[in-house]
Design a protein around this ligand. Structure first.
Ligand SMILES: Nc1ncnc2c1ncn2[C@@H]1O[C@H](COP(=O)(O)OP(=O)(O)OP(=O)(O)O)[C@@H](O)[C@H]1O
Ligand SMILES: [Mg+2]
Length: 290
């Protein structure tokens, strides 16, 4: 853990969030907060409500109950556009990239909200639009350097390994220069080396770019290594919240998620751990906004 980082005040606060889909209670009365510059993990078994929680934070779902306070503003639910404009970016559990487009162009789509020129100027590629395009390309090139993917910048995303596609998706989210980055299983389906790389990039995004990170991850070793605080969900309820050590020592968490033998020594994957068959893990064609 990068202990030298300055973790700030609460930037995002969720109070009493409940979300149901018909009879399915995806989230029941969940409260937790996220502090500026921290890496906050959300863990829990399949179907625990983790992705639903991210979808509430960035406005894909509007909770039936509860309140969200972001940068001091209270609201019942976010909306996706307002969330994105106010600095919340995300990656998806199933990769959401344009497979036929190059790495560079995919990351460029992450700049959309930052573009000001109108379509006509852009179509003519003239004047201010041209200047703006150059500035955006420079930003994208910075991200490409940061993520060490210069060698594949012109390659169509569909031809890349799964691990690299996940890295490109991170790049697209970074292109929005987010204040809060929501990562839904950024390491699912990766081999050990790819996971180490992704862990390092997440730490660098947090440390060097100063982004606050909310991370869903099943690999307990990774979670315990890189997160500052962990919230644990089970069947839509919060059963634990605290530092990695606190969560690992919480009996309810041990019973529900880690398996009886994990204990406080920690760092051990759960019984169903990272080798379980993730739904939708394999690269597949999907759209931005999936
Ligand atoms: N759009 C939806 N319509 C109906 N039910 C949904 C919807 N999205 C999620 N659910 C249900 O809500 C519950 C929580 O799902 P969610 O995807 O948030 O879990 P998760 O913790 O992310 O699981 P996983 O580890 O498998 O990704 C599940 O029972 C799921 O079937
Ligand atoms: Mg999920």
């Amino acid at each position: 853990m990068a202990d030298h980082r300055k973790i700030g005040e609460v930037i995002l606060d969720l109070q009493g969030i409940s979300l149901a889909f018909g009879g399915v209670k995806a989230l029941t009365n969940i409260s937790f907060n996220v502090k500026e510059h921290e890496i906050r993990a959300i863990i829990g078994p399949n179907g625990a409500g983790k992705s639903s929680m991210l979808n509430v934070i960035n406005g894909v779902y509007r909770p039936q109950q509860g309140e969200i306070t972001y940068r001091g503003q209270h609201r019942r639910g976010m909306n996706t556009y307002a969330a994105a404009r106010s600095g919340i970016a995300r990656t998806f559990q199933n990769i959401a990239l344009f497979k036929g487009m190059s790495v560079l162009d995919n990351i460029m789509t992450g700049r959309n909200l930052k573009m000001h020129s109108n379509f006509l100027l852009q179509a003519l590629y003239w004047g201010p639009a041209q200047k703006e395009e150059i500035a955006h390309r420079e930003k994208v090139e910075e991200i490409i350097d940061f993520l060490e993917i210069q060698h594949i910048r012109k390659v169509p995303v569909g031809r890349l390994s799964y691990g690299l596609q996940k890295r490109v998706e991170l790049g697209r989210a970074l292109a929005a220069e987010p204040e809060i980055l929501l990562l839904d299983e950024p390491m699912a389906g990766m081999n050990v080396e790819e996971k180490q790389d992704m862990s390092r990039f997440i730490l660098d995004v947090n440390d060097q770019l100063g982004a606050t990170i909310v991370l869903i991850e099943h690999d307990m070793g990774v979670v315990m290594d890189i997160s500052d605080r962990v919230v644990v969900l089970d069947y839509g309820k919060k059963i634990g919240d605290g530092t990695p050590a606190e969560v690992l020592a919480n009996q309810e968490v041990i019973n529900a998620y880690l398996g009886g033998e994990a204990g406080v020594s920690g760092g051990k994957p759960p019984a169903d751990g990272t080798t379980r068959p993730y739904q939708g893990e394999a690269p597949r064609t999907s759209k931005i906004g999936d």
